[in-house]
Design a protein around this ligand. Structure first.
Ligand SMILES: [Zn+2]
Length: 180
């Protein structure tokens, strides 16, 4: 049975409009993505929400209707069941590296190190590094600002006590002038 519009919207929003396998967004893909049946309908899968994965057309194409033939066959990572960090590590070179046999098989099957994805991860890393640098600069600036405020407050206090002394002196001077 085909998916209803509300099922599709639900899957789409739940995934935050990104491919749950590779992370590509609708904006990056230039349009809405596809809905994948993790266990294909042809292999007994259902339209149950937990069996539906928002997927870019590439990941969906490479995954195909794969399901392990038996318990010894390699398993695909199910983004609905486990976080990516259980199976993959992102390198500074933008490549995904497997942490488990499931991770290794999924990277190969879904071609998760295709050049466009590696470039995208590198761009994201550069963006995060730039944001971290900006945040450090902002914190340093705020520290300097607080120090300046402290110095300013001390100066104001000193200026006040000087004014008080000046007033006392003027008062004394007036008294002497009156006496003379
Ligand atoms: Zn994808």
């Amino acid at each position: 049975m085909a998916l209803t519009e509300s099922q599709r919207e639900c899957v789409r929003c739940r995934a935050n409009f990104r491919c749950e396998y590779c992370g590509v967004s609708e904006d990056e893909a230039g349009g809405e993505l596809t809905v994948d049946h993790f266990v294909p309908l042809s292999k007994g899968g259902t339209n149950d929400l937990e069996n539906l994965v928002y997927s870019c057309s590439r990941c969906n194409l490479y995954k195909g209707d794969y399901t392990p033939a038996d318990s010894n066959a390699p398993h695909l990572w199910n983004p609905r069941a486990e976080p990516a960090e259980h199976h993959f590590r992102e390198g500074q070179d933008g490549h995904l590296y497997p942490l488990t046999p499931t991770g290794e098989f999924t990277i190969k099957r879904l071609q998760l190190n295709r050049p466009a994805l590696v470039r995208r991860r590198l761009r994201k890393q550069q963006q995060q590094a730039a944001e971290a640098l900006l945040m450090r600069k902002y914190l340093l600036l705020m520290q300097s600002y607080h120090r300046l405020t402290e110095v300013y407050e001390i100066l104001i206090q000193e200026q006040n006590s000087l004014l008080v002394k000046q007033l006392e002196l003027l008062k004394q001077l007036r008294e002497w002038l009156d006496e003379s």
